[in-house]
Write a protein that binds this ligand. Structure first.
Ligand SMILES: Nc1ncnc2c1ncn2[C@@H]1O[C@H](COP(=O)(O)OP(=O)(O)OP(=O)(O)O)[C@@H](O)[C@H]1O
Length: 502
């Protein structure tokens, strides 16, 4: 019999040694650290070390009994122990800042014999590490301040983006049809009812939505926009209604507000409402009717006060007839319908529009403003403009880029004219129209266009492809995306990028 065997607690087998090592390590850590806590799988604090107790007053707790048993994220701001339990991954060294101070901490998952996570261990390695880790802490402090500053700037930028970009006067046009649209826009601005803007792509529906908001009593509140077709279906619900804190792990862990909440008190612009998935239509209807919603992962009902302006280039009536759009939602949206006329029905506006667009193109491009010769104006007035004002702008921009002359002639419009695509040329095209230049472009008097910078040429080609696809599909973006073999979201990104340059 050896001396050791006389010690009754001394284990000989490896398991026994390991168990004892774990126990003694636990005790060593609890004593050597500034504080230690254990939480269970449901994030509830089950134990704190004596050392930890001195942090309780700074965390707002009088004694241990109030603190133990609570969910750790409720009582220790900014803790990541819940993440360690969810992911099973330790965070060996981290800085934790909250109202109790800044701490150097370590977080370890606890597992049972089969390896399942049963909780986590949180260690405060150093409190007030600023004294001992001055350089690191001051860097951390500086980064924190920079982050706060960036957050403030982002918030200010978001507020700026939510201000309406356009007023009713921004809708250029003095034709009967344009004046009627503006009259109706002013009238509906005074009401709080839902507006439904109907019209082809590029006719100015989004511009009018901004204009209506800025002429309404809600003008000083946010205008929030969402392009339904551009958001992947799986993300739409969260975009609309928001996500409750803790509903997801990862970036959405803290939860986030949906567009309805962001628009509270103001206006929500639902662009491309015809692309709303059927499953979500019922939920949208409920919010429109009740003005209340439940964020994802929450059972709390939130009241909102939002005026909705919806827009679509699709035939909602036909969609209702074929079961692709809910009739009840259609009637709820169609309270104040406003039909925006296509450009070809208000050719009289082309001169004023072209003038304003050419001025804007010149201002943004830092070049002298171009004018239209009477012949060029006549040519533009005879086009079918399936892409409407957006397409008119593209055509004018291309002509301005391709020529140094200040007076634009018909020859400067050899690319991108809607009438140049043979299949869509109006049946009654005149002899003058028949003499219009057609694609592809030949080298002009200004030199060989292939010698322009490549990115510029690629951009132009892409614009033409987008315009041609939209023209061929009569503005149906889903069909245009299919034709171009790109995703619908990518088509929207590209259109938005070109719009942003507008
Ligand atoms: N009457 C107008 N006066 C001046 N600019 C206009 C007018 N209508 C449209 N525009 C300009 O044309 C472009 C397209 O307009 P907008 O995005 O409002 O059209 P839309 O009908 O919403 O198109 P889509 O259905 O494709 O989203 C924008 O740059 C807009 O500023």
């Amino acid at each position: 019999m050896t001396a050791l065997s006389l010690l009754p607690e001394f284990p000989f087998d490896a398991d026994g040694v390991l168990r004892m090592a774990a126990q003694s390590l636990f005790d060593v850590l609890a004593q050597a650290s500034q504080g230690m806590m254990v939480v269970d799988r449901d994030h509830r604090i089950v134990w704190i070390s004596d050392g930890y107790k001195r942090f309780l007053p700074a965390l707002g707790f009088g004694d241990e009994a109030e603190f133990v048993g609570r969910r750790v994220e409720e009582v220790v701001p900014n803790t990541l122990l819940a993440d360690v339990i969810e992911t099973g991954r330790p965070i060996l060294v981290d800085l934790l800042s909250n109202k109790a101070g800044t701490f150097l901490v370590s977080r370890l998952p606890l597992r049972n014999a089969t390896g399942q996570v049963i909780g986590a261990l949180g260690l405060v390695l150093l409190d007030q590490p600023e004294t001992r880790m001055q350089p690191l802490i001051s860097k951390f402090g500086r980064l924190q301040r920079e982050l706060e500053e960036a957050r403030r700037e982002l918030a200010a930028e978001q507020v700026k983006n939510r201000r309406p970009k356009y007023s009713i006067a921004s809708f250029i046009g003095a034709s009967g049809a344009a004046l009627e649209v503006k009259r109706q826009a002013r009238r509906v601005a005074q009401s709080d009812a839902t507006v439904l803007l109907l019209g082809e792509t590029g006719t100015g529906k989004e511009l009018l939505a901004h204009a209506i908001h800025s002429a309404s009593p809600r003008a000083h509140k946010p205008l929030v926009s969402i392009n339904i077709a551009a958001v992947p279906e799986t993300l739409l619900e969260a975009e609309f209604f928001g996500v409750a804190p803790g509903a997801y792990t990862g970036a959405d862990r803290k939860g986030r507000d949906g567009k309805f909440r962001l628009a509270d008190g103001g206006t929500l612009f639902l662009d491309e409402i015809g692309d709303m998935p059927l499953a979500l239509q019922a939920k949208l209807l409920r919010v429109l009717q009740e003005q209340e919603l439940e964020p994802l992962g929450s059972n709390q009902v939130i009241q909102v006060d939002v005026r909705v302006i919806a827009a679509t280039s699709r035939d909602l009536g036909a969609m209702v007839a074929c079961g692709a759009f809910r009739a009840d939602l259609f009637y709820r949206l169609n309270v104040l319908p406003l039909q925006v006329p296509p450009l070809r029905e208000r050719a009289d506006d082309i001169e004023a529009l072209a003038e304003a667009l050419l001025e804007d193109i010149a201002r943004r491009g830092g070049m002298p403003a171009r004018c239209l010769s009477p012949e060029a104006l006549d040519l533009l007035m005879r086009q079918p403009w399936p892409g409407n004002i957006r397409q008119l702008r593209n055509v004018l921009e291309q002509a301005a880029l391709m020529s140094d002359e200040l007076l634009l002639q018909p020859s400067h419009f050899r690319q991108g004219l809607p009438g140049a695509v043979k299949d869509l040329r109006p049946q009654n095209a005149t002899a003058a129209a028949a003499a219009e230049p057609t694609l592809p472009a030949a080298a002009g008097s200004e030199g060989n266009p292939a010698l322009r910078p490549l990115p510029e040429q690629i951009e132009q080609l892409e614009r033409q492809a987008l315009a041609a696809a939209l023209q061929a599909t009569r503005g149906n973006k889903l069909a245009a995306a299919r034709l171009l073999r790109i995703s619908r979201a990518s088509l929207y990104d590209k259109l938005a990028a070109y719009e942003a340059k507008v």
